[in-house]
Design a protein around this ligand. Structure first.
Ligand SMILES: NC(=O)c1ccc[n+]([C@@H]2O[C@H](COP(=O)([O-])OP(=O)(O)OC[C@H]3O[C@@H](n4cnc5c(N)ncnc54)[C@H](OP(=O)(O)O)[C@@H]3O)[C@@H](O)[C@H]2O)c1
Length: 319
């Protein structure tokens, strides 16, 4: 299999962007990171330096148009910009016949918009993938908790520390619990888990929100609580609990190595972003070698519907 030739759209880090780390992981997985763009001339040099600090050396441009006009033989775009610019990147990929990896949330618009984009990628035989890496932590969590892999939990809780205020907190964070719930309910190889969501309620909690809902899938029902607290702490606390048994993600500040800590034991956690990007790269390489693109859009479209439903609950007003 060849090395997918990838262009990074929004490769730097103004707020929380993962550009440099995604670039590092793409390259480590065998992709060729050919070039990047930012949105301004003055950020090209600092972004180049940031990428170099992760061992990635490539050409830089000050706009998506300039990146595409350079005719670099790109095969895919990694769209790592803030959500408001995702659509522009996805449409450019479609126009040029490029595969796409897009940061979460793929869109903050109506779920029908994601459905239409996914259909357009599918019709052109192009892969469309979303950067939701938390499901890659499940194997370690099951081992830490001594649980049977794949069992649908009756309750699921997750605590995250997103940035911002108001609706932005939910926009920023909810793809993570939703992708975990899809995986726990049996979404495989990008296929939807066929979930429906009911009884969503959102109330103020600490400086953020607590969200409650019930998720029903073909293999069971899960009561869900998501706690979002925009605390100014680093590293940002993140945890989840399956049937009340909690694992906390720990990051060693010196080495950046991660672990998952449960009530009785802790295990090293392979970086979920690195794992997810390795699987994305393998998918792109296989698709470029002639395999059919994966049905990745099933889970992605389902996630967009669930996210839109939760955001509509927020918009309908807090109790
Ligand atoms: N998967 C995860 O765990 C995870 C974690 C954190 C963030 N994210 C996601 O990553 C995305 C970016 O995060 P953020 O909003 O915090 O990003 P950010 O750091 O504010 O921006 C990322 C980069 O995008 C560039 N950019 C902005 N608009 C652009 C455009 N129109 N064209 C080209 N480049 C552009 C910015 O560079 P210039 O200003 O220099 O152009 C910046 O360096 C979001 O979707 C977020 O949800 C995911």
């Amino acid at each position: 299999m060849g090395s997918p030739r990838i262009g990074l759209v929004g490769a730097g880090r103004t707020r929380q962007g993962l550009g440099p780390f995604v670039a590092r992981d793409l390259q480590a997985a065998g992709a060729e990171v050919v070039a990047f763009c930012t949105s301004r001339a003055e950020t090209v040099a600092p972004t180049r330096a940031l990428l170099a600090s992760q061992g990635v050396a490539c050409e830089g441009f000050s706009s998506l148009e300039a990146l595409l006009a350079a005719d670099l033989g790109l095969e895919a775009l990694a769209i790592l910009t803030p959500p408001g610019a995702h659509r522009q990147g996805l449409e450019a990929a479609l126009e040029r016949g490029l595969h796409a990896l897009c940061e979460k949330p793929l869109s903050l618009g109506p779920a029908a918009e994601v459905e239409a984009l996914a259909a357009a990628f599918g019709e052109q035989g192009l892969a469309l993938l979303e950067n939701c890496q938390w499901p890659c932590t499940l194997e370690t969590a099951w081992a830490v908790l001594g649980r049977t892999p794949g069992a649908v939990p009756r309750t699921f809780a997750m605590g995250l520390t997103p940035e911002g205020r108001g609706r932005k907190l939910l926009e920023d964070a909810l793809s993570h619990p939703l992708s975990l719930l899809q995986a726990l309910h049996g979404a495989r190889d990008g296929r939807a888990a066929e979930l429906s969501l009911a009884a969503a309620g959102i109330r103020p909690w600490r400086a953020g929100y607590a969200l409650e809902c019930v998720v029903q899938g073909p293999h069971g029902r899960t009561e869900v609580e998501v706690l979002l607290d925009p605390a100014e702490v680093s590293p940002k606390p993140a945890w989840y609990a399956l049937d009340g048994a909690r694992v906390d993600r720990r990051i060693d500040p010196a080495s950046y190595r991660m672990s998952l800590e449960g009530p009785e034991r802790s295990l090293p956690l392979p970086d979920p972003l690195t794992q997810h990007i390795a699987s994305v790269t393998a998918t792109l390489a296989a698709t470029l070698s002639g395999a059919a693109p994966p049905p990745s859009t099933g889970a992605l479209v389902e996630r967009a519907h669930l996210l839109a439903q939760l955001l509509a609950t927020f918009d309908a007003g807090l109790p």
